[in-house]
Design a protein around this ligand. Structure first.
Ligand code: ADQ
Length: 455
């Protein structure tokens, strides 16, 4: 089988404790076929001190490239996370564009391409990941690379009218035509993609998937909803149920009920709305005061971006105000924890919770929703409350679906979830779990790579 070359902004090394579903899927794909994972080393260096670090165990190689501070500021903090991230999450008012950032984004993509091109061997298949690296395929083609190259976008793709807000958007999104296969999370993202190419370039679409441009370029586009390692999460949750961390959590609840949220601290995740709704729930349903807590785990991310720092202070204010208003000497409504936990510990926490609150304003998929379901015990499963604006809502239709912009919707859903009879909970959970077992992370990776091989 031909070698697989994976390229993403960051790589997950085998001993990386942050490694989630995607990391393990990539590691096992690379281990099966032999492979190379290329990405930023996470190190910032001065110009002239850049190194390409090579690590590996013979079967899987890692190539880690340093960036300069200037490149990090323009490519990563600037264009990737202050321009593309808000725009692709339907938040154009947060978009901050600068030509210098765009130039930095393009030059880091060119830099990646130059290093990757030197490492490629005949017959390699290349899989590029996410919005940081949209132009990478076109840069590789410009260097004469004719390998099969696939691209997967992990975050949403909004309609053409929003994409067209981006200055010089054609230089960014037309680069997708350089790939053999472009994968997105949902059919809505796929519709947005094909419509963009139709309207902007007069492309024709065959079979809903084959995009033909008038200049002769063609590529295939399809939806590949990402899954989780369902069996592994379920086993980890079962084991963790008797572990020290879960037992401490359960003991501290003193038989009270628990709702849980687990998210990177990001404005796309709807955290202020969730906190506000929890406060409104306690205000409206006095009978639940001192009977249920919200455990929100939210490790800070992208703290160098001002919008993320502002979000953090806002959440501290809301949590403080809600706790000040409703707390009792022996009970706190919102337990707000700003740190990471390993996947096994999280699985135990999910299992201990009665309700999973997943309320993003927009999300490509949302793996937490899937992990929460996979971690539940079959005989007494908790209830997932899920934003209809997350990609996961298209698959997990038995969740209690809400619109995160309507706090009353979250209030009603919480009440429904906390009161849901066992029979209903089991029925909903079985249907979702069945889906997650069949469409796990291995299924996702194989369907993408099979489709790439067919292009
Ligand atoms: P994210 O925006 O990071 O991913 P999500 O899909 O929820 O969002 O994945 C987060 C992952 O990090 C989960 O596996 C979760 O368990 C883990 N995690 C979150 N908080 C944690 C904590 N405190 N400690 C440890 N682990 C934590 C992007 C897109 C999503 C898409 C994924 C995959 O934004 O829409 O689902 O990629 O394609």
């Amino acid at each position: 089988m031909s070698r697989l070359v994976v390229i993403s902004n960051r790589v997950a090394l085998p001993k990386d404790v942050r490694a989630g579903g995607l990391a393990s899927a990539m590691q096992s794909a690379l281990a099966e076929t032999g492979g190379l994972w290329f990405g930023w080393s996470g190190r910032l260096v001065d110009e002239g001190e850049r190194t390409l670090q090579r690590l590996g165990d013979g079967r899987v190689d890692f190539a880690l490239l340093d960036l300069t501070r200037e490149e990090y500021a323009r490519y990563y903090l600037g264009f990737s996370n202050r321009t593309l991230w808000p725009l692709l999450h339907f938040r154009p008012s947060l978009l901050d564009y600068s030509r210098d950032d765009f130039a930095g984004y393009r030059s880091v993509n060119r830099l990646f391409a130059e290093h990757v091109a030197r490492l490629l061997q005949p017959g390699d298949r290349v899989w590029v990941h996410d919005y940081h690296l949209i132009p990478l395929g076109a840069e590789l083609r410009a260097l004469g690379v004719d390998a099969q190259i696939g691209f997967f976008l992990h975050i949403p793709l909004p309609p053409r009218e929003l994409l067209a807000i981006l200055p010089h958007h054609e230089h960014v999104f037309s680069a997708l035509a350089a790939y053999d296969l472009v994968g997105v999370q949902t059919s809505a993202d796929l519709d947005a993609l094909t419509r963009y190419f139709q309207v902007e370039y007069g492309a024709t679409i065959a079979d809903g998937q084959a995009v033909h441009l008038p200049d002769g370029r063609r590529f295939r586009a399809a939806a590949f909803p990402i899954g989780i390692d369902t069996g592994r999460v379920a086993r980890a949750a079962e084991r963790a149920a008797n572990g020290a961390a879960t037992r401490r959590l359960v003991t501290s609840l003193e038989h009270r009920r628990l709702a849980i949220g687990v998210d990177r601290l990001d404005y796309s995740k709807g955290l202020p709305q969730r906190f506000e709704a929890f406060g409104r729930f306690l205000s409206r349903h006095e009978e639940w005061r001192a009977k249920v807590s919200l455990l929100q785990i939210a490790p800070p991310s992208r703290s160098d971006v001002p919008e993320y720092r502002e979000l953090r202070s806002r959440l501290e204010r809301i949590a403080g105000a809600t706790n000040g208003r409703y707390a009792e000497p022996d009970w706190v409504p919102i337990r707000y924890v700003n740190r990471s936990f390993n996947q096994a510990t999280l699985a135990g926490f999910y299992r201990a919770a009665d309700v999973g609150l997943v309320t993003p304003l927009r999300d490509g998929m949302n793996l937490v929703a899937k992990e929460f379901v996979a971690a539940q015990p079959a005989d007494d499963p908790g209830v997932l409350v899920l934003s209809s604006l997350a990609g996961a809502a298209r698959e997990l239709t038995q969740a209690v679906l809400i619109n995160p912009h309507d706090p009353d919707d979250i209030v009603d859903a919480l009440r429904e979830a906390l009161a849901m009879p066992l029979h209903d909970r089991r029925e909903r959970w079985s249907a979702m779990m069945d889906h997650l077992r069949r469409h796990d992370i291995t299924y996702w990776r194989n369907t993408f790579l099979d489709a790439l091989a067919d292009t």
